[in-house]
Design a binder for this molecule. Structure first.
Ligand SMILES: [Zn+2]
Length: 313
């Protein structure tokens, strides 16, 4: 199968995410985390968006620079297996070469200190996506987890507008509900929820309401299935649980909207039988077994995220 996964926290994992256990864990090419290129490249094609995310408490001087430098070093070390991508053409070329297509996305404006000039510099360096926040409320918005009634400040709106002007894909996962609708009003074209499930299936504020999903659909964006059990359901979570979220989004006309954003290496509990990127095919297999069309599955697992990208840089 071909996989385009729109969100993982593997870079942070390599640098010592408390959730990933003690270091050393290995390299981007091969490690003990939930994502590495070696496993990803077992598939026919593999594209992965890596989140640039970290905490102030990690003691890093500049969060963006620290993560970006680590990515650069990893990419250099495994240049035979990875192509740093900015566009659809890049991703397709990577697939032709048998390399993983690697994209970068900021997760939380605090990573760039909520500063426009740093967002511009990040775009210049090849970053493709801009997630407005993580769980913690930041200077420009409340989140689904903190200050959920607070939407984007004026400064926040300016930053999102700038991201759109720069051609970055704006990502609403983690945003407060009012923040979501602020972005929706600002975006003329596609925006995405890179790693968010269906609230109608599992009532968690990190998940999307039906109206939010429809809005993303109408903008031509994507919503990526998140494999963190916490966002999938209560009790024992299985591949069947994941399928319930898929069915909900498909019922809402999401054939071209639904994608994958596994949140791998950002979660400590996965559905039964899924250890990491090597097992994502189990979800596709289960859908195929139920008779879902191959073309629909190709769209969900690969094409839909590809479509949101600019054809060329
Ligand atoms: Zn996240």
């Amino acid at each position: 199968m071909k996989l385009f996964d729109g969100h993982c926290d593997t870079l942070l994992g390599l640098m010592g995410n408390p959730k990933s256990g003690p270091l050393p864990v290995g390299s981007l090419y091969e490690n003990e985390l939930q994502v590495d290129l070696k496993r990803g490249l077992e598939m026919e094609a593999y594209a992965q968006t890596f989140a640039l995310f970290g905490f102030r408490e990690m003691g890093w001087n500049d969060i963006f620079d620290t993560l970006y430098s680590r990515f650069q070093a990893e990419a250099e070390a495994c240049a035979d297996h990875l192509r740093f991508c900015r566009s659809r053409t890049d991703a397709l070329n990577a697939a032709k070469e048998g390399k993983a297509a690697a994209f970068l996305s900021i997760e939380g404006a605090e990573v760039i200190d909520c500063r426009p000039e740093k967002l511009e510099a990040a775009a210049e360096k090849g970053v493709r996506g801009f997630g407005v926040c993580w769980n913690r409320a930041n200077k420009i918005t409340g989140t689904s987890a903190q200050e959920p009634d607070r939407g984007l400040s004026e400064k926040g709106k300016t930053l999102v507008k700038l991201a759109l002007e720069l051609g970055l894909t704006v990502d609403v996962s983690h945003l407060s509900d009012p923040g979501f609708w602020d972005v929706e009003k600002l975006a003329k074209g596609p925006f995405i929820a890179s790693h968010s499930n269906a609230r109608a299936v599992h009532d968690h504020p990190r998940n999307l309401t039906d109206d939010m999903f429809r809005a993303i659909r109408d903008h031509g964006g994507t919503a990526g299935l998140n494999l963190y059990s916490l966002f999938l359901g209560e009790g024992e979570v299985t591949v069947e649980t994941v399928l319930r979220h898929i069915d909900r989004f498909l019922d809402l006309g999401g054939e071209k909207t639904l994608a994958v954003g596994g949140d791998l290496d950002g979660c400590d509990r996965l559905p039964q039988g899924i250890r990491g990127v090597q097992d994502v095919h189990l979800i596709r297999d289960a859908l195929a077994e139920r008779g879902y069309e191959e073309t629909l599955l190709d769209d969900i697992f690969y094409n839909n995220l590809l479509r949101v990208l600019p054809v060329q840089d």
